[in-house]
Design a protein around this ligand. Structure first.
Ligand SMILES: O=C(O)CCC(=O)C(=O)O
Length: 260
């Protein structure tokens, strides 16, 4: 994995890794002051369950409370609309530091989607669920399936607190419709999928590490088996000429141009 911090751009080997594996990690990329401020804001908004949020119960994922009124039903899974929540998230999402890296992956004109991710992912120790293998593009509608999600760790992320797991290279693979279930999760009852899942890697991160991953990359995550809430900030970007399709959820909010 890459160990390419904030001082320089991605190296050619990082860009090659992104093309080959569908992800690359910039270690220690986000300044500590920003990470600290984001944690403060996120924890305040989480304690107040400041809307808009998605609850664990809304996900209907394995292990989630069965309804909003069940024990743990109002556990927040995502603080939505991060961009609109606070200057610290706006500043990060449009930062020249980040823009420089995204230009390397997407081309000279990059836009932030407010419609997808754009949230603080929270993983609560008591009531978190399991996210099965999926590609984010399944519910996104763009001219081309070429988007990059940027995942900033606000604390430690490892297997026991439910870090992201990837199937490297799966963004380049074609899948038969029969390999996926109705919600486009990878079916767990097929040997050919088991073979693939055995190639998984855990994207373990420290606070300030930033993970860039492709919207066609299969990923999953376990629940949080530790005593501490896991917090990550996630935004999604696309080339300015890769338009969201009209009248879809992807076009529901204005995209925002990154500084050049
Ligand atoms: O943190 C997790 O559980 C996974 C989140 C995820 O895969 C997603 O939102 O697409």
């Amino acid at each position: 994995m890459s160990d390419n911090g904030s001082g320089t751009g991605f190296k050619d080997t990082d860009i090659a890794q992104y093309a080959r594996d569908g992800y690359v990690i910039a270690r220690g990329f986000a300044p500590a002051t920003i990470v600290t401020r984001m944690r403060e804001v996120a924890l305040t908004h989480l304690a107040a369950a400041r809307l808009p949020v998605e609850y664990e119960a809304d996900t209907r994922y394995p292990g989630a409370p069965l309804s909003i009124d069940a024990p743990g039903g109002r556990t927040v899974r995502r603080l939505l609309q991060a961009y609109a929540r606070d200057d610290v998230f706006r500043g990060w999402a449009l930062s020249p530091l980040l823009a420089g890296r995204l230009v390397q992956l997407l081309g000279p004109h990059v836009e932030l989607s407010q419609a997808h991710h754009n949230c603080i992912m929270t993983k609560n120790p008591a009531y978190s669920s399991v996210t099965n293998w999926h590609r984010d593009i399944r519910y996104w509608s763009f001219a081309k399936p070429e988007l990059v999600s940027v995942w900033l760790a606000l604390g430690e992320e490892h297997f026991r607190n439910g870090c992201l797991l990837f199937l490297p290279g799966s963004h380049r693979m074609e899948f038969r419709p029969g390999q996926l279930d109705a919600a486009e999760f990878l079916r767990t009852d097929l040997e050919e999928n088991h073979v693939l899942v055995r190639t998984q890697i855990a994207a373990e991160l420290h606070a300030g590490d930033v993970l860039f991953f492709h919207c066609r990359l299969f990923h999953a995550a376990g629940n949080n088996q530790t005593a501490d809430t896991k917090l990550s900030v996630v935004h999604t970007y696309h080339a300015a000429d890769n338009r969201p399709l009209p009248r879809t959820r992807s076009a529901a909010l204005p995209d925002i141009s990154l500084p050049q």
